[in-house]
Design a binder for this molecule. Structure first.
Ligand code: SF4
Ligand code: SF4
Length: 365
C-alpha cells in the first residue's frame, strides 16, 4: 500500500481509503452484519487504514458494521471519521443534541475518539455559514475533551465557493467530490486547501459510477497501463500530490483488491502537471458540465450548475429528476423560470446549450 501524509498532521494515511456506504444490501437485510464487517477487516489486512463513515449510510447500519470490524483491530492501526450537520440533528443545534449525536457515533463505532469529525455535506455558502455559526463551537468543545482529533468539513460546493470555505481556516481537512469528469475546474479549490496545509480526502472518484459505466468517454485514463477504467479513475485521483486519500466504496473483497491495485507503485504528481497531461484527452467530454460554476449568476436565481450536473446523468442514461430531487433538493419546475436572457451561455466554459437543456428539464414536470 502507498501511504501519504494527511495535510499538516503527522498521520500517514493509505492513498486509498474505504468509504463505508456500500455494504451489501442483501447481507444487511438478512441481518448478516458480520459478513459486511469482513470487508473492513480485509481492507485493513491489505493496508487500508482510512475508513470513512457516517450516520444513515446503509440503512443506518454503516457505523455499526464498521465498529464491529474496527473493534477487532488495534486503535492506532486505523483512522476513522464520522459526520454531523443540522439534518442529522433534526435541525436542533444545542450542545446536548450535538453531544448525543457524537456519542451515538462513538458508541456504534466502538471507539473513544474519532480521528475526523465532519461538518457534513455543505451544499452552498449560505447553508455553510448558518451551520458553522450554530455548530462549530460544539466541535471545538468535543475536540478539547479529546472526543475528536480533527475538525473537518465535507462539501459539494462548486467553483470559487470551495476556496471561500478553505479561507475560513477553521478545518484541518476537507472532503470533496473530485474525479476525471470535474477535475478541470476544481483545481483552484484543491490548490487553496493544499496551500493551507489541509488534508484532502476525495469522495466520488468514479463520478458516481458514471466513469466505469461509460468507458468510451474515459478509456484514455487507462492508456499505458493494465488497469481497468475504474482502477485508472481511482489512480488518476490518488496520483495528485495535493490529495491525501481517495475513497473507494467497497461492497466485496474484489472491490478492495481493485482499490489496492489502483495505487500499486503510485507516482505522485502536482495537479497542474496532471491537468497539462490530460489537457487534450477526453475530448468526448465536451458536452458535459464540469461544475466550474462560471455561469452561476442567473437573474432568475436558477442554480444552473446543479441543473447541468443532473443533465450530465441524463446524457449517461440515468434519471436526472432523481438527481435534482434527492441529491440537490431542487424543484424541477425552477428550470421553467428561465427567461432565455443568454447570460449563462455566454459565460459557460463548455459552451453548453444551457437554455435548451433547462427547457428539456422543465418538461419532466
Ligand atoms: S438564460 Fe435562463 S438560466 Fe441562463 S442566466 Fe438567463 S434566465 Fe438564467
Ligand atoms: S454549465 Fe458551463 S459554466 Fe456552468 S458549471 Fe457547467 S460547465 Fe461550468
Amino acid at each position: 500500500m502507498y501511504y501519504k501524509q494527511y495535510g499538516n498532521t503527522n498521520m500517514k494515511v493509505s492513498a486509498v481509503g474505504m468509504g463505508t456506504m456500500r455494504y451489501n444490501d442483501d447481507d444487511i437485510n438478512a441481518g448478516n452484519l458480520e459478513k459486511c464487517a469482513e470487508i473492513v477487516l480485509y481492507a485493513h489486512e491489505k493496508g487500508i487504514n482510512f475508513f470513512d463513515s457516517a450516520p444513515f449510510y446503509c440503512q443506518d447500519k454503516s457505523e455499526i458494521i464498521t465498529g464491529m470490524a474496527l473493534s477487532q483491530l488495534p486503535r492506532d492501526s486505523y483512522f476513522i471519521s464520522s459526520k454531523v450537520n443540522l439534518g442529522t440533528l433534526d435541525k436542533k443545534s444545542s450542545a446536548d443534541d450535538f453531544r448525543r449525536r457524537l456519542e451515538t457515533s462513538l458508541k456504534r463505532l466502538k471507539v473513544d475518539y474519532l480521528d475526523f469529525y465532519y461538518l457534513w455535506c455543505m451544499l452552498d455558502m449560505e447553508s455553510f455559514k448558518k451551520q458553522y455559526d450554530l455548530l462549530y463551537k460544539h466541535f471545538e468543545q468535543a475536540k478539547s475533551e479529546g472526543l475528536i482529533r480533527h475538525i473537518t468539513v465535507s462539501s459539494h460546493m462548486q467553483g470559487n465557493d470551495l476556496e471561500k470555505l478553505v479561507d475560513t481556516e477553521a478545518f484541518s481537512g476537507i472532503l470533496i467530490g473530485y474525479n476525471a469528469l470535474n477535475y478541470r475546474f476544481r483545481q483552484a479549490g484543491i490548490a487553496a486547501a493544499y496551500n493551507k496545509g489541509m488534508g484532502i480526502t476525495v469522495m466520488n472518484p468514479l463520478g458516481g459510477g458514471l466513469i466505469p459505466e461509460n468507458p468510451e468517454y474515459f478509456s484514455y485514463l487507462t492508456e499505458g497501463s493494465d488497469l481497468t477504467v475504474a482502477q485508472a479513475a481511482l489512480r488518476f485521483v490518488a496520483s495528485h500530490k495535493e490529495i491525501s486519500v481517495a475513497l473507494a466504496g467497497c461492497t466485496t473483497k474484489e472491490h478492495v483488491d481493485d482499490a489496492v491495485k489502483a495505487v500499486e507503485g503510485l507516482v505522485e504528481k502536482p495537479a497542474a502537471e496532471i491537468y497539462k497531461e490530460y489537457e487534450n484527452s477526453g475530448l468526448a467530454l465536451n458536452n458535459l458540465c464540469t461544475g466550474c460554476a462560471y455561469c452561476d449568476s442567473c437573474p432568475q436565481g436558477i442554480e444552473i450548475p446543479k441543473f447541468m450536473d443532473a443533465y450530465n446523468l441524463h446524457i449517461f442514461g440515468k434519471n436526472m429528476a432523481d438527481r435534482l430531487k434527492h441529491h440537490w433538493s431542487l424543484p424541477i419546475n425552477k428550470a421553467a423560470e428561465c427567461i432565455r436572457c443568454g447570460k449563462c451561455e455566454d459565460l459557460c466554459t463548455q459552451h453548453l446549450p444551457i437554455m435548451d437543456r433547462l427547457e428539456e428539464i422543465a418538461q419532466l414536470n
